[in-house]
Design a protein around this ligand. Structure first.
Ligand SMILES: Nc1nc2c(ncn2[C@@H]2O[C@H](COP(=O)(O)OP(=O)(O)OP(=O)(O)O)[C@@H](O)[C@H]2O)c(=O)[nH]1
Ligand SMILES: [Zn+2]
Length: 296
């Protein structure tokens, strides 16, 4: 048997992985050995070298979390071993509150810190509207930073660098919010690194579907995932879903039925709070939607 080496997954493209070996051991193209060795970016793995630049992943070391999305048919890993989620929104184009809400639920389920960034504040026309839409989330205690990556890169860097240093952060954002521009600001060598990864994985024009891990100049890692439209959370239990809505928590003991699902039950404390305007309609609607998707 060849020597075993440890490394971290720094890129994934389907079932193709790039592994950065410890102790400056270089890059290895890695393949999972069978279905159960499917790894995610951020995973620490043991691999067995098969050639100069290729190896087989023989073990995935225990992860402290794994963020993924799922529907009835498949699940898709986003990243492993995270501390933080950085959600990039913009004044324009219009951001989806549904995707934002789902990302917040996923973060809560994995005990991740959340940082929401409202980018393109230099585009004034939609600024007030975007701020108003984010008030609910500010009220829930989420930190919302305002940036203009293009018009004011220095200030953006100042706001974010300290918050990312020394931590593992996953960047999520719909297309067009300024995610790539932000990565290039925070990781000056990002474009060169991506070219290197594309060559190693021979992804060619599919580069945009890569998930990539960058080491930050200040320490810590930033993981850039491709934008997506769907964020299914089928795999989360009903209990986890309820807990993910912080604003429901004060009411949970006060429903008439101990096993109340807070959907249509009489004397439900959550529904009463909703009727009084203490819980936002859109948030409860998302909760109902997530529950409904589990049953389909
Ligand atoms: N006005 C303004 N435009 C910005 C700002 N940040 C990014 N943009 C522009 O918004 C557009 C989208 O930015 P990208 O960084 O490519 O967005 P993305 O989120 O990576 O989107 P995809 O590449 O589609 O995934 C580009 O034309 C950027 O130049 C900003 O702060 N202000
Ligand atoms: Zn209830």
């Amino acid at each position: 048997m060849n020597a075993l080496e440890q490394g971290i997954i720094t890129a994934s493209y389907g079932r193709h992985y790039l592994i950065e070996l410890e102790n400056n051991g270089g890059l290895l193209q890695g393949f999972p050995r069978g279905k159960k060795n499917e790894a995610a970016v951020g995973d620490k793995v043991i691999c067995e070298r098969r050639s100069n630049n290729q190896g087989v992943i023989v073990e995935i070391l225990p992860r402290h979390n794994l963020l993924y999305r799922s529907d009835l048919f498949k699940s898709k890993y986003l990243a492993a071993n995270l501390d933080q989620l950085l959600i990039v929104l913009a004044t324009e184009p219009y951001f989806s509150e549904d995707l934002l809400g789902r990302a917040l639920v996923a973060a809560q389920a994995n005990q991740l810190t959340v940082l929401i960034v409202l980018n393109k504040i230099d585009l004034g026309a939609q600024l007030a509207n975007a701020r108003a839409r984010l008030n609910v989330y500010r009220g829930l205690g989420f930190e919302v930073l305002e940036t203009s990556v293009c018009a004011n890169p220095e200030a953006t860097h100042e706001q974010l660098a300290g918050r990312l240093a020394g931590r593992a952060t996953l960047l999520l954002g719909q297309s067009g919010m300024g995610k790539s521009t932000l990565v290039n600001l925070l990781v000056p060598e990002a474009q060169a690194a991506t070219r290197e990864i594309s060559t190693a994985l021979k992804t060619g024009k599919h580069t945009t579907t890569l998930t990539r891990l960058y080491t930050l100049p200040e320490g810590g890692v930033l993981i850039d995932s491709p934008g997506f439209q769907e964020f299914g959370l089928q795999h989360l239990s009903e209990e986890t879903l309820v807990r993910a809505f912080a604003e429901f928590q004060p009411f949970l003991g006060s429903c008439r039925f101990y096993n109340c699902r807070h959907l249509h039950e009489p004397d439900c404390a959550v529904l009463t709070a909703l009727a009084r305007g203490e819980i936002a309609l859109a948030r409860h609607a998302l909760y109902m939607q997530l529950l409904a998707e589990k049953k389909r």
